[in-house]
Structure formats: structure tokens, C-alpha cells
Design a protein around this ligand. Structure first.
Ligand SMILES: Nc1ncnc2c1ncn2[C@@H]1O[C@H](COP(=O)(O)OP(=O)(O)OP(=O)(O)O)[C@@H](O)[C@H]1O
Ligand SMILES: [Mg+2]
Length: 149
């Protein structure tokens, strides 16, 4: 990204921010609470629109993408919300099925079931499949959100 600027009224959060992330590199963004980490990451995924600057993901400038192109880009990116963003009225299973159904409309139910089981096992929560988010601890909710990602 180059020259990224984002302000909310008088609150200038990102001021000509530059960053290059190389293929295969792991990057941790560290900073004080309220310093703009989440705003930065939301700009990368197109959940917030920067006031100016370029953000290139998979060779495309994110602020230029239309709704459909953003959708396609997001299907290739894992994004874990800070407050998880689980759907309160859905079970854990339904929360995990949701993005699969949204992005891969014709996936057979058996494949969806296998995928959901596999990711829940990978976070040690296979037993929580039919639970509601409100019944989970904070750490469990975070692991379910990671499994959905
Ligand atoms: N949608 C919004 N509307 C107005 N101001 C916002 C919005 N989102 C974030 N801000 C402001 O932008 C600044 C940076 O917020 P951000 O959420 O990026 O912080 P952070 O670095 O992720 O903090 P934390 O470590 O607490 O998660 C804060 O001053 C916050 O009040
Ligand atoms: Mg944050």
C-alpha cells in the first residue's frame, strides 16, 4: 500500500501510510489501542474505504474494485474479526456453513458437513457444533471465528 490516508472527521488515523508485504512473509502489526490497526486491516479487505492511497491485493487496487470483484477477492483472504462477528441467532454449524454456502453455492451437503467437521476438529471444538454463540466462552468464540475464517 502506498500513501494510505484515512480520517474520521478530525481524527486522522492513517496519514500517508506505506507498506509492502512480500510473498510468503508473515507480518504482525503492533500498536497502542486505538492507533489504527483494525482500520488499516479493514481498508485492505475493503470494509473501509480510504480517503486516498493505493492498496494492491492480488494485483488489483482494492478501492477500485466493484462489489462482485471485492467478493471474489475476499473469498481468497482469511479475515478474523476482532470481536468475532458470529451470528448470534445461528448455531456454530450454521455460522460455519454460511460462508461456504455464500461462496460455493453448489457444494454438496456431504462436502459441507465434512469441511465443518474438519475445521471444528482443528480448533478442538467438534463437540460444540450444535451450540449457540451465547453458550460459548470468549476463547471458544474466538476459535469458532477462526474455524469459520
Ligand atoms: N467506523 C469508525 N468511525 C469512526 N471512528 C472510527 C471508526 N473505526 C475506528 N475509528 C477510530 O479510529 C481509531 C483507530 O481505531 P482502530 O479500531 O483501528 O484501533 P486499533 O489499533 O485496532 O485498537 P485496538 O488495539 O483497541 O483494537 C480510533 O480513534 C477509533 O475511534
Ligand atoms: Mg483493533
Amino acid at each position: 500500500m502506498e500513501g494510505l490516508c484515512k480520517a474520521f472527521g478530525d481524527n486522522v488515523v492513517l496519514d500517508r501510510f506505506d507498506l509492502t508485504l512480500y510473498e510468503g512473509e508473515n507480518l504482525v502489526v503492533l500498536g497502542k489501542s486505538g492507533s489504527g490497526k483494525s482500520v488499516l486491516i479493514k481498508c485492505i479487505i475493503g470494509l473501509l474505504r480510504p480517503d486516498s492511497g493505493r492498496i494492491e491485493v492480488f494485483g488489483e487496487n482494492v478501492p477500485d474494485l466493484n462489489y462482485t470483484e471485492l467478493d471474489q477477492m475476499r473469498a481468497r483472504v482469511g479475515f478474523l474479526f476482532q470481536s468475532n462477528a458470529l451470528y448470534d441467532s445461528m448455531t456454530v454449524r450454521e455460522n460455519l456453513e454460511f460462508p461456504l454456502r455464500r461462496h460455493w453455492l453448489k457444494t454438496p451437503q456431504q462436502d459441507v458437513d465434512e469441511r465443518v467437521h474438519e475445521v471444528l476438529q482443528s480448533v478442538g471444538l467438534a463437540h460444540a457444533t450444535e451450540m449457540m454463540p451465547a453458550e460459548l466462552s470468549g476463547g471458544m468464540r474466538k476459535r469458532i471465528a477462526l474455524a469459520r475464517t
